[in-house]
Write a protein that binds this ligand. Structure first.
Ligand code: BES
Ligand code: MN
Ligand code: ZN
Length: 493
């Protein structure tokens, strides 16, 4: 899908050639003398339309309008949420009708937020999964022109970031949606390698022998019950000078979670193909980075394997040694995410990172705590926590900070190892975070539990691509600017 951004008056929009012209009308809109304004005024008078968010009016073959279909869409105050509400229905009808070319124009005020919301609504609403369908119904929309009254640098940069973000979200959705037999650890590795075609991105894939050499006994114990070989994916994006410490993203890449010997019930177990949602979000972010090329250094780490029950599988009560040297008593083999992440968190130390953020579909308890609206966010530093919260707000990809008090670690005590991999049921999302915290002492660290937000169940079953938006906005906020250069850099030493 190709997005174009330009200045477009309503008079010009009426003449622009497309199948479907959508006019976003905010409360401040002042009608002019063009055919769209005239329709607006008539509809307003007849009480068939207003600028209230979510109101729509459709017209067909309207005289003076080139597009065969015209939709007026109310967006109220023009906030991002208003644009999202306003466009939801229109974009769904566009998908059903198979529209190929559409023009969206803001009549009245425009902001960074509303431009991003419009791009997201178009991309998100027309996405169609195709990979494993014999008769796929792929997206028909190929060309979207987004018009504002006056293009300026601020709106243009918001538009560019939003289209890059949309591509990253789509990449994440695509990989998360693929069934486990079409998204094995090996195939995830290939997806990561395909991103390294971009100049600024490199990719290394470690296999079982490399991981054994590193001493990742915890990660290996999860993989040992599966016939699929594990992969440890290392992606690097260099957009800033090498001297800038990178931000490390660690994505949980369990391509299928049966629970292992502590096996899960059968109902809805298919959804455990989404247990690599964290990994998919890291791949998605790298996709966006490859498009946008911001001035920041990023490392992506993806420990990936299946969690299967088998004669070789790890058993409840087994004790394993993690890469950090800490021993772990595996009381429940279904708490496998933390077992693969802890070794990746130790591996992350070698990059002397500015911050490490892990992203994981980690606990059912987080779904109970926060539902599908906000991801759980844990952070060891207030600055990191507020930067992530703000990034979530900007991207409309919300999170909520949860606690990391030491008292929550009590229940992880073990008689046979340094730590147990589960506590009790109470505060399950927090005890999981406290387990990870033991392995993240050498850098500022945050953990995003996306168990409730990474995918939707039911009739609309599918990946959401979250939290690619949040992560990308965070990374963009961490770019090196010339003013933040050290004195030595400024004078060119
Ligand atoms: N992948 C699951 C978490 C999950 C469950 C995400 C349901 C989304 C929906 C994770 O590996 C898991 O099984 N966690 C256990 C931990 C428990 C054994 C302490 C859980 O949440 O039940
Ligand atoms: Mn599990
Ligand atoms: Zn899992």
């Amino acid at each position: 899908m190709n997005f174009e951004f330009k200045s477009l008056s309503l008079t010009a929009a009426a003449k622009s050639p497309s199948d479907h012209l959508i006019v976003l009308i905010s409360d401040q809109f002042q009608a002019g003398k063009d055919p769209i304004s005239l329709l607006f005024e008539k509809a307003l008078k007849a009480k068939d339309f207003s600028s209230k968010a979510g109101k729509t009016l459709h017209a067909y073959a309207l005289s003076g309008v080139s597009a065969s279909k015209l939709s007026l869409v109310g967006i109220g105050e023009g906030r991002a949420a208003d644009v999202k509400i306003g466009l939801a229905g229109v974009v769904a009808s566009m998908k059903a009708a198979g529209t190929t070319k559409s023009t969206l124009v803001f009549a009245g005020l425009t902001s960074r937020q509303s431009v991003q919301a419009a791009v997201m609504a178009m991309a998100d609403g027309t996405y169609a999964y195709a990979t494993t369908l014999s008769k796929p119904n792929p997206r028909k929309l190929t060309q979207v022109t987004l018009g504002v009254q006056n293009v300026n640098a601020e709106l243009k940069s918001a538009f560019t970031a939003a289209t890059a973000m949309a591509q990253g979200i789509e990449f994440a959705k695509e990989w998360a949606n693929r069934p486990a037999n079409h998204a094995t650890p090996t195939l995830l590795g290939k997806a990561a390698q395909s991103l390294a075609k971009s100049q600024k991105i490199t990719c290394d894939i470690l296999g079982p022998k490399d991981v054994a050499k590193l001493g990742m006994g915890s990660f290996m114990s999860v993989a040992q019950g599966s016939a699929e070989p594990l992969r440890f994916i290392v992606l690097k994006y260099q957009g800033a000078p090498k001297t800038e410490a990178p931000i490390v993203l660690v994505g949980k890449g369990i391509t299928f979670d049966t629970g292992g010997i502590s096996i899960k019930p059968a109902s809805e177990m298919d959804e455990m193909k989404f247990d690599m949602g964290g990994a998919a979000s890291v791949l998605g972010v790298f996709k966006s980075l490859s498009v946008l090329q911001p001035k920041v250094n990023v490392v992506g780490l993806i420990p990936s394997c299946e969690n299967m029950p088998d004669g070789m599988a790890v058993k409840p009560g087994d004790v394993v040694t993690s890469m950090s040297g800490q021993t772990i008593e595996i009381l429940n083999t279904d708490a496998e995410g933390r077992l693969i992440l802890c070794d990746a968190l130790t591996y992350a130390e070698r990059f002397k990172p500015k911050a490490v953020i892990d992203i994981a579909t980690l606990t059912g308890a987080c779904v109970i705590a926060l539902g599908a609206i906000r991801s759980g966010m844990f952070a060891t530093e207030d600055g990191l926590a507020s930067a992530l919260s703000q990034a979530g707000e900007e991207a409309m990809d919300l999170c909520w900070r949860m606690p990391l008090d030491e008292d929550y670690a009590e229940s992880l005590k073990s008689n046979f190892a340094d730590v147990a991999n589960v506590g009790g049921r109470a505060g399950g999302a927090i005890t999981a975070a406290k387990f990870l915290h033991r392995f993240a002492k050498k850098y500022p660290w945050a953990h995003l539990d996306i168990a409730g937000t990474a995918w939707k169940g039911g009739a609309a079953k599918g990946s959401t691509g979250r939290p690619v938006g949040l992560l990308l906005h965070y990374l963009l906020s961490q770019q090196v600017s010339p003013s933040s250069k050290t004195a030595a850099q400024k004078i060119g030493k």
